[in-house]
Write a protein that binds this ligand. Structure first.
Ligand SMILES: NC(=O)c1ccc[n+]([C@@H]2O[C@H](COP(=O)([O-])OP(=O)(O)OC[C@H]3O[C@@H](n4cnc5c(N)ncnc54)[C@H](OP(=O)(O)O)[C@@H]3O)[C@@H](O)[C@H]2O)c1
Length: 319
């Protein structure tokens, strides 16, 4: 197979594109010809060696999302067949072929393109898990989505809107704030220059929001907690800009606030999430936001764009 990989950690110059051995499916695996996959922030962490990430293989191939066509199945697989269009959560997906466990491989509905499918699993299911399963958002609630221009945030806005929530978003540029409003946010706040707590209070008649979806971490944590209404829920699925936060325990107990993380759900729960998310996409309630598309040979450009954060939504690779 052809793959984008790196054998050491460092700058963009460690990235290589070339031939690697084809993966062999175990009995419960599906081998997929990848038509689209995507970049996750963790691919940059892996390449840099930041956030505690170590290389997982001598030739480390990034990526976890797959949309493509089934090439072969392990002997125990009965849920999908060779030639079927599928979307899956696997590993080493920045390649022309990739493996996924059959429990995490789903038929790709006809109305969903390979690019949209390949942009969905990791970011989309994290946003879905955080908002639907963990925070259990309700239709009359207000949700604050931090860093709405991210993969997670762009899904988060739409999932909250599709559930009937009012959405307040934050983003670092005027362009991203405008895009957040187009996606369904009622208000977009500058998370660098605005006073997030004051803007949230003004927009909610002083009450605060019911739920905060965060994946930024340290720089926004205090404001996120202070933006919550009584009985509010804070849910995190990432720590892009720092993993430590200072907590005012008085606010926590007086306001009855709940803090939660998405955790590491087992494959059965991930599958339930994916089915719910794919239904939302198929029904047009959620549309994966594709910021840019790159071929495998342009892997360095894809990493460069992700590092810059100068994009809204997901960066897709089409091997
Ligand atoms: N639990 C899981 O399985 C799971 C799954 C998916 C993602 N994640 C994690 O969730 C995070 C987001 O992932 P992603 O792929 O969606 O990321 P992404 O698309 O790369 O977006 C990262 C965002 O972080 C924002 N940001 C960076 N520094 C900031 C700061 N100092 N203050 C405020 N915002 C800041 C940027 O917003 P601006 O440019 O607007 O400032 C950017 O939009 C990552 O940490 C990732 O590892 C976890």
């Amino acid at each position: 197979m052809r793959a984008a990989y790196h054998e050491s950690q460092g700058g963009l110059d460690v990235l290589r594109v070339g031939e690697l051995p084809d993966p062999e499916p175990d009995p419960g695996d599906v081998l997929i010809r990848v038509r689209a996959t995507s970049m996750d922030r963790v691919d940059v962490y892996w390449r840099e060696g930041s956030h505690g990430m170590k290389l997982r293989w001598p030739q480390h191939v990034g990526g976890r999302d797959i949309a493509g066509v089934v090439e072969a199945v392990g002997e125990q697989v009965e849920t999908v067949a060779v030639g079927q269009r599928v979307v899956a959560s696997g590993e080493r997906t920045h390649a022309t072929l990739a493996l996924a466990p059959s429990e995490l491989t789903f038929p790709l509905p006809d109305g969903i393109s390979f690019e949209a499918g390949g942009a969905t699993p990791t970011a989309g299911r994290s946003a879905h898990q955080a908002l639907i399963e963990k925070a259990q958002i309700q239709s009359d609630e207000t949700v604050l989505v931090m860093a709405a221009g991210s993969g997670v945030g762009s899904f988060g806005i739409q999932i909250a809107r599709a559930t009937g929530c009012r959405v307040i978003a934050t983003a670092g540029t005027a362009d991203k704030r405008a895009r957040a409003m187009e996606l369904g946010a009622d208000l977009a706040i500058d998370h660098y220059d605005d006073d997030i707590v004051a803007a949230v209070r003004e927009a909610t008649d002083g009450r605060g929001v019911d739920v905060v979806l965060d994946h930024v971490g340290t720089p926004v944590f205090a404001a996120a907690v202070r933006s919550l209404a009584p009985e509010g829920r804070f849910v995190t699925c990432g720590v892009t800009a720092g993993h430590m936060g200072e907590l005012h325990l008085g606010q926590l107990f007086v306001k009855g606030i709940t803090l939660m993380g998405v955790g590491r759900p087992d494959n059965q729960r991930i599958a339930a999430t994916m089915r719910g998310l794919l239904a939302m996409i198929d029904q047009g309630q959620v549309t994966p936001e594709i910021a840019a598309k790159f071929g495998l040979d342009e892997i360095a450009e894809a990493h460069r764009l992700m590092e810059s954060s100068d994009f809204f939504g997901k960066i897709v690779l089409t091997p």
